[in-house]
Ligand binder design. Structure first.
Ligand code: SAH
Length: 220
């Protein structure tokens, strides 16, 4: 990734990016900070060069190893649900993938801890963070179903792969009042859940149906 790649393609696709933002607005995304961050983030740098021309379409794209870069609408929606207009300090992300969602978060919260089970993807993502000079991201190669105990509790947790049941460690690593945004359910029948840690326990609200790759145990 060279400097002219970061700037060059980014500049020429300004109009295309503007169209994407309009679509996200039309679909109901309201958080202006989230919209501005997506507008200013070069999504083409997170996909293979052969797919770069499609990077500003509102669609998931393959990133290798059977994984995908999430659809921009889903990234925007999950980020909006996570923030709910608040300022968050420490956020845990499970499922770094190409690092696009991580990058969006890094502009909106103080510090992002991100965990990925596939070493190769994590290394690639790490190079992107370095090249984009994002200094508030820490990565770990592990099974994110265990969370990342060392830095807990978190002001928010976002999971970008779907378990059939919510992993208990993630609930335990939420600070009081913090939210966990997570797709839950079996193949093709997942819903986007937001779980809030309350003084009494946990409160769950299910939002729209979504399709994510499964949360898989162990690392590779
Ligand atoms: N956040 C990405 C999308 C990631 S796709 C984006 O911005 O586009 C889901 C990712 O979760 C994949 O890279 C997959 O390898 C990873 N994953 C699946 N199970 C996991 C687990 N138990 N722990 C950590 N990462 C996991």
């Amino acid at each position: 990734m060279k400097e002219n790649q970061i700037r060059g393609i980014g500049m020429t696709s300004e109009r295309t990016r503007g169209r994407l933002i309009q679509r996200l607005r039309d679909m109901g995304i309201k958080n202006e900070q989230v919209l501005a961050t997506i507008l200013n983030t070069p999504r083409h740098l997170f996909v293979d060069e052969a797919l770069a021309s499609r990077a500003y379409e509102d669609t998931a794209l393959p990133i290798g190893q059977g994984q995908t870069i999430s659809q921009p609408y889903i990234v925007a929606r999950m980020t909006e649900l996570l923030l709910q207009g608040e300022h968050l300090q420490h956020v845990l992300e499970v499922g770094t993938g190409c690092g696009y969602q991580t990058t969006i978060l890094s502009h909106l919260v103080d510090k992002v801890y991100t965990v990925e089970r596939l070493e190769q993807l994590l290394q690639q993502a790490g190079r992107r963070f370095h090249q984009l000079r994002l200094r508030n991201i820490r990565t770990q190669h592990s099974d994110g179903g265990w969370g990342w105990e060392a830095h807990a509790p978190y002001d928010g947790i976002i999971v970008t792969a779907a378990p059939t049941d919510i992993p208990e460690p993630l609930l335990q690593q939420l600070a009081p009042g913090a939210r966990l945004v997570i797709p839950v359910g079996a193949d093709r029948q997942q819903s986007l859940a937001v779980i809030t840690r309350t003084p009494e326990g946990f409160e769950q609200v299910n939002h729209e149906a979504v399709t994510f790759v499964p949360l898989v145990r162990g690392r590779a």
